[in-house]
Design a protein around this ligand. Structure first.
Ligand SMILES: CSCCC(=O)C(=O)COP(=O)(O)O
Ligand SMILES: [Zn+2]
Length: 207
């Protein structure tokens, strides 16, 4: 389940390539991390284009958020570390800025969105049927990571809440037991939002 630093660095570089190719990492947006086998974390360097990461753009960070070595880790490192603290089974956290998720988060004024009746819900851990409701928390953005964290933490962890949340006007966080699971949660959430938007546009056309 756990990874060493070098394997994690290679995997995060590849994640950046894939997210960039899918439009989930425009400009220098997004950040990624892995919980390492020694209890520290591999985290992307701040300010890099995530589609052009090199292994040296992955930094080792202690549980206190301080970089072990040199360089500045993601400005959102505290959000990653908070999720690892809340969910001991989480070993990967991914954050993207797709236009779809950011536009959706701005259009929805409520503090969550409920996905119901989608076969794709089965992509979330613990969901075995389309006949389910999964809630996606949505919190306001802030430049103070502790404000975002305080706002979202109470909404997380229930069985019907996705291992993901939206920051309004900012982007999507997703996590999982390993990188594959975190990427699957990200992909499923992106797809579900795309589907909800398509359905809303279609219904508007019919009305
Ligand atoms: C132009 S992206 C603004 C910062 C951000 O939201 C982000 O995800 C990237 O920040 P980082 O420090 O991880 O590069
Ligand atoms: Zn961001």
């Amino acid at each position: 389940m756990t990874m060493g630093f070098d394997d994690a660095a290679r995997a995060l570089v590849e994640i950046g390539r894939r997210f960039d190719a899918r439009g989930w990492a425009p400009a220098t947006s997004g950040n990624y991390s892995v919980r390492l086998d020694d209890g520290s974390f591999a985290v992307t360097r701040s300010g890099r284009h995530k589609g052009r990461l090199q292994p040296e753009d992955i930094l080792r960070v202690g549980a206190d958020g301080i970089v072990i070595g040199t360089g500045r880790s993601s400005a959102e490192t505290a959000l990653h570390l908070s999720l690892y603290g809340l969910f001991p089974g989480a070993h990967a956290v991914l954050h993207g800025h797709s236009a779809r998720t950011v536009g959706f988060s701005r259009a929805v004024t409520a503090s969550e969105w409920r996905f119901t009746g989608h076969e794709m819900l089965k992509a979330f851990p613990g969901i075995g049927t389309h006949d389910a409701e999964v809630r996606l928390p949505i919190v306001d953005n802030s430049q103070d990571m502790s404000v975002i964290d305080d706002a979202v933490a109470p909404s997380l962890g229930a069985a019907d809440v996705a291992p993901a949340y939206l920051i309004r006007g900012h982007g999507l966080y997703a996590w999982g037991a390993d990188l594959d699971e975190a990427e699957r949660v990200m992909e499923a959430t992106e797809w579900l939002i795309e589907c909800e938007l398509a359905e809303a546009a279609f219904r508007k056309g019919l009305a």
